[in-house]
Unconditional design. Structure first.
Length: 133
């Protein structure tokens, strides 16, 4: 793993959250994107080498909708940048981690992604991400 790529924050309203984080960071989001497969709309802020990803559910069946219903708004996941997502997935599976995806999926911000089950990571949803080249 190379670095923390981003921290994902579940929000009820992307519009309100964008206003709040724009004030907090003193700059605007650089990108918004809808990810149909995940049922979310995202917004990204660049903070040095790390990004903050705001996630708003686009339907009541999405993981973000269920997360907010159960826990409220807040930190949803932490993502780590990897050089080769497939080899990292194999390595982590051999180490005993439970993968939520058998194959990398296309995610937001031009990334291939895979999640690790929180039960195998001390309750933290971990995302692996690799830039699509």
């Amino acid at each position: 793993m190379k670095k923390v790529e981003h921290i994902g924050i579940a929000v009820k309203s992307l519009e309100s959250a964008n206003e709040l984080f724009t004030k907090l960071f003193g700059k605007k989001s650089y990108k918004a994107e809808k990810v149909e497969r995940e049922g979310v709309t995202t917004s990204f802020f660049q903070m040095g080498e790390t990004k903050i990803e705001l996630l708003e559910a686009t339907n009541s069946d999405s993981a973000i909708s269920k997360f907010i219903e159960k826990r409220g708004e807040g930190i949803h996941h932490i993502a780590f940048e990897v050089e080769d997502i497939k080899s990292e997935m194999k390595r982590l599976e051999k180490e005993g981690f439970t993968l939520l995806n058998n194959e990398p999926q296309k995610g937001a911000d031009n990334k291939l992604i895979c999640f690790l089950h929180p039960k195998s990571t001390n309750g933290i949803l971990v995302e692996l991400c690799q830039e699509i080249r």
